[in-house]
Write a protein that binds this ligand. Structure first.
Ligand code: NAD
Ligand code: MG
Length: 336
């Protein structure tokens, strides 16, 4: 499924990456290592300005980076993008340039209405920025989904695939989507399953065991630490591999007790969550929360950080130094 076009259609393009956080840093480093011309756009002396400079990039104010760029990758937090677009991108982006997002939120929910004389495209890696970088360094890539929202040049698709190749996605797999599907599925995944669902499942399991009098250390290993082993099996071989590697007793318990916990009520509420995403309720609430200075976000985040599982977890993880991220993985030798 890789486009594997050679040479990259962006070979002669100047790419401005706005933001040098999780995705921005990974994309910028990978694009540069793919031989492409990259400059970084950041607020002067913002938190990542020095990091990008220290890593050898030309760092400009966002408006200056956008001027003269053939492709502008918008990799700042979603909530700052509408102002960034109005102030730095809209007045400066060249006609016929490409505006690229890694998440369709602002375009799909109408927070950014792109100029009509530019291509508008999306490349969303299905993994966090750190993995986008380490997989690239190993000669591999993270699968990406891609979309074209607006094609004024007639080569928006080639540009999009060129970018996906440049960040390493083409080495793994690229799948076509549209802004609506990417936005809605991404929000649903992180809310219902990956971030929201998984953390609430773990917390409920931890509370159930500790309230029944079991040691918090044992509860921690049981419901948080060991989850990684199961998720790794999912990742490598789905339910099939997980079932191959756990005991018959664990399998029987899975079959009879799993559906008692995650029952039809859970699925009905997942559908409620999806409806709020699709009809714009979530986007409106999140935008209002952000504009109000994040009062609920801060309170809810603190409650997670203060949960007893975090106290016992910090203590146990301090005794397992091997869990801390390794220095960047040894690049694997590429075949051929
Ligand atoms: P982040 O919070 O890690 O990045 C923040 C970067 O933006 C920093 O360099 C910061 O200095 C800069 N920044 C903040 N405000 C700015 C401003 N006003 N002007 C210029 N620069 C500014 O962001 P992220 O998590 O990498 O997300 C970037 C985009 O990628 C978002 O659209 C997000 O939805 C998408 N995405 C993220 C992930 C992920 O794993 N984090 C995965 C897929 C897609
Ligand atoms: Mg997301």
């Amino acid at each position: 499924m890789s486009s594997n076009s050679n040479p990259n259609p962006l070979a002669k393009a100047r790419i401005a990456v706005l933001g040098y956080g999780s995705q921005g840093r990974a994309h910028a480093l990978n694009l540069r290592d793919s031989g492409l011309d990259v400059v970084i756009g950041l607020r002067p002396n913002g938190p990542t300005w020095h990091k990008a400079k220290a890593e050898g990039f030309t760092v400009l104010e966002p408006g200056e980076a956008v001027k003269g760029a053939d492709l502008v990758a918008v990799l700042t937090p979603d909530m700052v993008q509408p102002t960034l677009y109005r102030e730095s991108i809209e007045p400066n982006i060249k006609p016929g340039a490409a505006l690229l997002f890694a998440h369709g939120f602002n375009v799909h929910f109408g927070q950014i209405v792109p100029r009509k004389d530019i291509d508008v495209i999306l490349v969303a890696p299905k993994g966090p920025g750190a993995l986008v970088r380490t997989e690239y360094e190993r000669g591999r890539g993270v699968p990406c989904i891609w979309a074209v929202y607006q094609d004024v040049t007639g080569h928006a698709e080639a540009t999009t695939k060129g970018y996906a190749d440049g960040i390493g996605g083409g080495r793994a797999m690229i799948i076509k989507t549209d802004f609506k599907e990417e936005t809605e599925t991404d929000l649903f995944g992180e809310q219902a399953v990956l971030c929201g669902g998984a953390s609430e499942l773990v917390i409920a399991g931890f509370e159930t065991l500790t309230e029944a009098g079991y040691q918090p250390e044992i509860a921690y290993y049981e419901v948080m630490h060991e989850l990684k082993l199961i998720v790794d099996l999912f990742y490598e071989g789905g339910l099939t591999k997980m079932l191959q590697f756990v005991s018959e007793t664990a399998q029987y318990g899975d079959y009879v007790s799993g559906p008692r916990v995650i029952d039809a009520g859970v699925k009905a509420r997942m559908k409620d969550v999806l409806r709020d995403i699709q009809d714009g309720t979530f986007a409106r609430n999140w935008t209002e929360e952000y504009k109000a200075g994040l009062p609920n976000y801060k309170k809810l985040k603190q409650a997670d950080l203060d949960h007893p599982i975090e106290k016992v977890g910090a203590k146990l993880r301090a005794q397992m130094p091997w869990l801390q991220p390794q220095s960047p993985a040894e690049p694997l030798k590429k075949a051929g």
